[in-house]
Write a protein that binds this ligand. Structure first.
Ligand SMILES: [Zn+2]
Length: 130
């Protein structure tokens, strides 16, 4: 329950003015919420650093050709954006290094045919349906 700041009269929810004295009712909670949702800055970019790091790890351990390389590239691009814009860049640097390792590793697996067993399984499943 809210009370008038001037006279202490009980206020109904949604009242804009006090019925007793006419004092405008202050509604700071909704205002604060509005400014918080519009706030953009370091928290978002540091979130990108974490995203880059997580994507790099996923890319490193994901055994799906092309997809792992694609995710690794996204991780590296995110890391570069964070490193160029953010003072706190520890996770982004880790994301960049792991992302590059994942991309290089994924590409070398493609070149050396390391995914062959996996592809055999895919084509086997494909034959069942075609
Ligand atoms: Zn009042």
């Amino acid at each position: 329950m809210k009370y008038c700041a001037k006279c202490g009269n009980e206020l109904e929810q949604g009242d804009k003015y006090c019925i007793n004295c006419g004092e405008p009712v202050e509604t700071p909670p909704t205002d604060n919420f509005g400014t918080q949702t519009h706030y953009q800055g370091p928290p978002q970019t540091s979130g990108m650093g974490i995203t880059s790091f997580v994507l790099a790890l996923i890319s490193l351990f994901l055994p799906i050709p092309y997809l792992d390389v694609a995710i690794g590239v996204v991780a590296v691009v995110l890391a570069i954006i964070v490193i160029s814009k953010q003072p706190k860049k520890g996770l982004a640097i880790a994301g960049l290094i792991i992302g590059l390792l994942a991309v290089i590793g994924g590409l070398s697996l493609l070149v050396e045919g390391g995914y062959d067993d996996l592809w055999d399984n895919f084509t086997f499943i494909g034959r069942l349906f075609l």
